[in-house]
Every structure is written in structure tokens, then in C-alpha cells.
Design a protein around this ligand. Structure first.
Ligand code: AMP
Length: 425
């Protein structure tokens, strides 16, 4: 199938061909015609599937088909959970609209709002935004969503994880009722279904899994190791394999910093990427990783979500996530586009429960290996470590906390929301 059969304008086809795309990805084949027909769409797709072009191309087509309005009110809003994702989506919007008479911009927190407000004042057709900054500007009367025709909610599941439900509801309440809605999510929990039900009208449902990122296509292995020997083992694996580009996941921001420092001391160039890093530092780390000057990128789940890093040969779980679905997201970053990928997990005794939960989710026992000199500690407890601040809890942890403190899930979610918002929007 070629892009020319999808009904997109010549101006868009030209931009697509300049990007070097020849064939629409499965999600694009399904979503683009449905969006062009004006339907609401509910798409199950994660990063790597080509989802961004899947909604951006038909959105730009629709906007450019209708005459532009004198003062260029915001006609399309794309809401994303993180700054990185917002910046990436905006890059795509800019590239695809090269030959169209449409203006776009991006707004997110952590940087001065003045230039953002000034650009919006001059008139933009497409706005890419994270919820916090968008609502900040809206409350100051610097943004109006009253003329939005198309609303895209990208990575809806992560939005909810990050506690943005209230913000999404507020955003919806300040847009016109009559509009086209497009919602993208990698997972479909009951909360996501509820949200979709509230936003979408008779949606067309489309689904796509990333190319070659099924769990089967990835070589997964577990190294059982003593907690204190993990850094040494990671250093050895990187050196022995002469790995040039490694994405390493830690559970906490502090852990990411600590590990990155230790790797640096061991002579391995590395950078940490997480919500407490300034926007400049994050962009620099990502650019370094992409151009090869940074060999290891140490990331937390939320920071890594949505990062457009194609073709990663190695993904390492320095610590297993306590939310099993995050494991699938993490390892989905390797083995893309036909390349073989390896997802290795360094697992200490206290992570045994997480490992069992993950194995249940992926439906297989993961092969285990022990490396001489990096053996697990036979005396270590298999109880999960106490929950650390800023960490998302699994069900078990939440009820433990609840039992101890009398906190309700709601008040915890509020705390989590504040923390996450501060560090991510
Ligand atoms: P996304 O899932 O939107 O994050 O896109 C993942 C990667 O695929 C990005 O680097 C896109 O530039 C690229 N991409 C999107 N559509 C296509 C296509 N039809 N052919 C080749 N690459 C694509």
C-alpha cells in the first residue's frame, strides 16, 4: 500500500516523501482514512508504531481543506503527557506542514512562558501542549480553546498514570462541544475506557502493535545478582559486549542519577533523564544519546515514555518496574524495524515478586543466568523494598501504605499528582 491511496493532499504527500516514508504503517493505514472522514477515533498504539503521523497527517489535511480564519484561533489541540513527547510531536507537525499554510507551536512547563504566550498571540492553527502549562496560560487569559475543531489526546494511559485526569476534564470543559476527538493509548484499563466513553462519540477503533516488538521477537533474559553488584555487572556487560547505545531503566530519579554517576566514574559516558532534570539537560542528554556521544542513557519510566529513539539494540532493566505493564513498554524499545533486540533484567532477591508478576503478564518464564563473580546473595530477603518517595505504587504497596497510614487511594493519588506534575509537565 502507498500513501497516495489514503486521500492526503499533494502538499502532505510531498512532505511525507521528503521524510523518506514509502509505506504507511498499519496504524496509519487504519487511522488516516477514518480521521479524514471526520470520525472520532480510539487507537490502541504505542510509540514506534508511527502513531504521531497517524493523527498529525489527517489533522493537517482537514485543517488546510477548510479556509483559514482571520485571527488564526487554535483549531487543533494535541495534548501530551510529557515535555519530550510534546516537543517531538511538534517537530512532526512542523515537518509535515512544510508545504501548508498552517502555523503551529508547542507549550510546556519548565521554561519561560512569555515567548510561548507571544507566539500564541500572533495566531496558531495547531497547538501541542502538556496539560499543566496549557491550563496555566488559559487561566491567565493567554490561550483560548473556544475554536478547537480537533482534539488529540496522546498517550492517554500515561496521562492518567501521571494524575492528569482533572486537567483533561478541565481542558474538555473549555473546548466547544462539537469537535472531532482522537484518543491514543497503549493500554486499555477500565479508567481509560471510562475516559474514552466520556470524550469520544461513536469512535472508530483501530489497533496496532509496534513492528517486531512483540514480546516473542525480543531476546529477554534475567540475570540474578546481588543488589550491591548490579553496577559492576552492568559495567561488565557493556564492556564485554562493546555496546555503543544502551538504554537503562531505573525505578527512581535518585537511582538514575546515582547510576549515571557511577558509570561515568567507570569511564562509560552516560546521562540520566528524568522529571527533575531541566528541559535543557533532558534535550542535551537525548541528543547526545542519539548522536553517539552518550553511550548509556539512564531513564525512569515516565521520562522515557514517548521518546523517539529508533532501533535500540539493548534495553537493560537495572531495576524491574513495580508496575508490570511498564516492563512491556520498556522492552518495546528494542528490536524495532526488523533489528534484533535484547532486553536484559538485573534482578535482586527483593524484586522476586515483581519478576513473577511480569512473567504472569507476558505469559512466559524468563530465562535466568548467573554470571560468575556477580552471584545473587543467598541471604537477602525476597520482600520488596519499602516504597520510596515519588515512586508509583503497585496495588500491594498501595494497600500496605493505606493500612499503615489510613490514607485513601484518592489522597495518595492527589499527592502523586502534585509530585508528578511538578516534575513532568
Ligand atoms: P511514532 O510511533 O509516532 O513515535 O513514530 C515512530 C518512528 O517511526 C518515528 O521515527 C517516525 O518518524 C517513523 N515513522 C512514522 N511513520 C512512518 C512510515 N510510514 N514509514 C517509516 N517510518 C515512519
Amino acid at each position: 500500500m502507498s500513501f497516495t491511496t489514503l486521500g492526503l493532499s499533494d502538499a502532505l504527500l510531498k512532505a511525507i516523501s521528503e521524510k523518506g516514508y514509502t509505506t504507511p504503517s498499519p496504524i496509519q493505514q487504519k487511522a488516516i482514512p477514518a480521521i479524514l472522514e471526520g470520525h472520532d477515533v480510539l487507537a490502541s498504539a504505542q510509540t514506534g508504531t508511527g502513531k504521531t503521523a497517524g493523527f498529525t497527517l489527517p489533522l493537517l489535511h482537514t485543517l488546510s481543506e477548510n479556509p483559514k480564519q482571520k485571527f488564526r484561533p487554535i483549531r487543533a489541540l494535541i495534548l501530551t503527557p510529557t515535555r519530550e513527547l510534546a516537543a517531538q510531536v511538534y517537530e512532526n507537525v512542523k515537518e509535515y506542514s512544510t508545504y501548508l499554510n498552517l502555523r503551529s507551536t508547542v507549550i510546556f512547563g519548565g521554561v519561560n512562558q512569555k515567548p510561548q504566550a507571544a507566539t500564541i498571540r500572533q495566531g496558531v492553527d495547531v497547538l501541542v501542549a502538556t496539560p499543566g502549562r496549557l491550563l496555566d496560560l488559559e487561566r491567565q487569559g493567554l490561550v483560548s480553546l473556544k475554536r478547537v475543531e480537533i482534539f488529540v489526546l496522546d498517550e492517554a494511559d500515561r496521562m492518567l498514570d501521571m494524575g492528569f485526569l482533572r486537567d483533561i476534564e478541565r481542558v474538555i470543559s473549555i473546548m466547544p462541544e462539537k469537535r472531532q476527538n482522537l484518543m491514543f493509548s497503549a493500554t486499555f484499563s477500565p479508567e481509560i475506557k471510562k475516559l474514552a466513553h466520556g470524550i469520544l462519540r461513536h469512535p472508530v477503533q483501530v489497533e496496532a502493535t509496534p513492528e517486531n516488538t512483540t514480546v516473542d521477537a525480543i531476546n529477554q533474559k534475567v540475570y540474578r545478582v546481588a543488589k550491591g553488584l548490579k553496577t559492576g555487572l552492568l559495567t561488565k556487560l557493556i564492556a564485554d559486549g562493546n555496546w555503543k547505545q544502551v538504554l537503562v531503566f531505573t525505578r527512581t530519579k535518585h537511582g538514575a542519577n546515582k547510576l549515571s554517576e557511577k558509570l561515568g566514574k567507570a569511564g562509560i559516558t552516560s546521562a540520566a533523564i528524568h522529571g527533575n532534570k531541566s528541559q535543557g539537560a533532558r534535550t542535551k542528554a537525548l541528543a547526545g544519546f542519539k548522536n553517539g556521544s552518550v553511550r548509556v542513557l539512564v531513564a525512569t519510566d515516565i521520562a522515557a515514555r514517548g521518546l523517539d529513539i529508533p532501533l535500540l539494540p539493548h534495553v537493560i532493566n537495572f531495576e524491574l518496574p513495580n508496575v508490570s505493564e511498564d516492563y512491556v513498554h520498556r522492552i518495546g524499545r528494542t528490536g524495532r524495524a526488523g533489528a534484533s533486540g535484547e532486553a536484559l533484567s538485573l534482578v535482586s532477591a527483593d524484586e522476586t515478586t515483581f519478576l513473577r508478576d511480569i512473567e504472569k503478564l507476558v505469559g512466559m518464564r524468563l530465562p535466568v543466568e548467573i554470571i560468575e563473580g556477580f552471584e545473587p546473595d543467598p541471604n537477602a530477603s525476597t520482600q520488596p523494598e519499602k516504597r520510596q518517595q515519588g515512586q508509583r505504587g503497585n496495588r500491594q504497596n498501595k494497600s500496605e501504605v493505606k493500612a499503615k497510614t489510613g490514607n485513601t487511594d484518592k489522597s495518595q493519588a492527589r499527592g502523586r499528582r502534585t509530585r508528578n506534575r511538578r516534575s513532568n509537565s
